[in-house]
Every structure is written in C-alpha cells, then in structure tokens.
Design a protein. Structure first.
Ligand SMILES: C[S@@+](CC[C@H](N)C(=O)[O-])C[C@H]1O[C@@H](n2cnc3c(N)ncnc32)[C@H](O)[C@@H]1O
Length: 219
C-alpha cells in the first residue's frame, strides 16, 4: 500500500478556489445531503456545522432540503468563503447560513451544533486526530455526524486510473487536485484507527464505492 503524500491544507489560491467552485459536484453534493437525511430521518431541525464547507454548496442544499435547519460553515480559505458567501446570498439563505473564515482547529461556537458534517476535507489535514477531536469538542454530546472523503488507492497508477475514469472531462487544475487528493487520502483502516483512538466508537465507517469512505453515527 502506497504511503500518504500530503497536499497543501488550505485551498487558498483564488484560481484553485474558483475552479473548485465552478466544477460540477451536483451529484456528489446532493448525494451527501440525501445520505444525511437517509441516515438520520429523525433529525429535522437544529444547528449543523459544516467543517471545510468550501463554496457552501452543501450548506445551501441542506437548508433547502431541511427548512428548520440552520448551518454554520467554516473554511480556512478566504477565497472559498468569499465565493460561498456570494452563493449563499444569491440563494437567499443569508438568514440561515453563517460562514466563517477560520481553521477548525481553533473554532469555538457558543451555540454548540446538533450535527456535524464534512465532505472532502480530511485528506487536506496533516493530523486527522485534530479533526475528530474538534468535531467532538465543538458539537453537543450525542450530536449527529456524517463525514465523507476520498479513499487512498493502492498505488499512484491506480490513483491516475481513477482520475481518468471519473474526471476525464474536467479542467487540468481539477484533475491535478483530484490526483493529489487521492494520494493524500486515508484508507478505511486508518480512519477506523483514528475513531478508535478518540473513543468515537459510535461512529461507523463504510466504503460505498471505489473511491470514498463515509463515517456516520452519533457522538
Ligand atoms: C476539497 S474542499 C471541500 C469543500 C466542501 N466541503 C465540498 O464538499 O464542496 C476542502 C476545503 O477544506 C478547507 N480546509 C482545509 N483545511 C482546513 C482547516 N484546517 N480548517 C478549515 N477548513 C479547511 C479547504 O480550504 C477547502 O476549501
């Protein structure tokens, strides 16, 4: 199994943030929101924290689907938060979505969230235990959790084959980021070990397809 190769933590190049925001993640992002609702049908209202919210497409889809929820999205990238704030304003959800430009490692919310979500963030993070620790300490005890990210392939060749299969038509900058993200991602066993280390035994990991893992449950 190939070792992890880190990529830059924060996506703060304006061009990179724009390319990411303009990419078509509709299926993936709507799929994430649908999965949240399938996992937790009893969760219909409350405060949701999106860690590494990027251009805020998931928060917008979530509040649209769940009219009694509000979202705080945090991202350490200024350009991402600017793009996200504009999208939130255009979608008419400024009263239900708050975006904050900050690292999750130093995030403190007076209004502790009832749920924590995060998509495609963990592979950016050098020390993943900081992420699980932040989720645990920021949210209410018993909060709902849904976290999804890429799965690291066995080899660089396999990573390239995944990029060629799923992103053949995407711009070069996105293909480059996708490839590096795959190399920086975690394996199922590594994520399971992270959860065990932080005693997050009520969170379960699943591998829904050839390139993602998903963790869901209650804190
Ligand atoms: C690949 S994007 C995913 C964005 C969004 N969750 C989505 O699914 O569209 C990962 C985001 O995490 C942000 N990020 C990375 N490290 C972070 C940190 N320590 N704290 C907050 N945000 C971070 C990056 O700036 C980037 O916008």
């Amino acid at each position: 199994m190939m070792a992890r190769t880190l990529e830059p933590e924060v996506m703060d190049e304006p061009e990179q943030a724009r390319a990411y925001a303009n990419a078509d993640f509709e299926e993936e992002n709507q799929g994430f929101v649908d999965r949240f609702r399938d996992f937790f049908p009893e969760f219909t209202e409350g405060h949701v924290l999106d860690i590494g919210c990027g251009p805020a497409d998931i928060p917008i889809r979530l509040v649209r689907a769940m009219p009694k929820c509000r979202v705080t999205g945090i991202d350490a990238s200024g350009p991402m938060i600017e793009i996200g704030a504009e999208a939130v304003r255009k979608a008419g959800f400024s009263h239900r979505i708050t975006l904050r430009c900050e690292r999750f490692q130093s995030c403190e919310l007076a209004d502790r969230p009832d749920a924590v979500i995060s998509n495609s963030l963990l592979h950016h993070v050098p020390n993943p235990l900081q992420f699980w620790y932040a989720a645990k300490k920021t949210a209410k005890p018993g909060a709902y959790v849904l976290v999804m990210d890429l799965l690291r392939p066995e080899s660089a060749e396999e990573a390239q084959a995944i990029v060629d299969l799923y992103a053949a038509e995407e711009p070069a900058i996105l293909r480059r980021d996708f490839y590096h993200s795959l190399l920086a991602a975690f394996t199922e066993d590594e994520v399971a070990a992270q959860l065990a280390e932080l005693n997050l035994s009520r969170l379960l990991i699943d591998v829904p397809d050839d390139r993602h893992w998903i963790v869901g449950g209650r804190l």
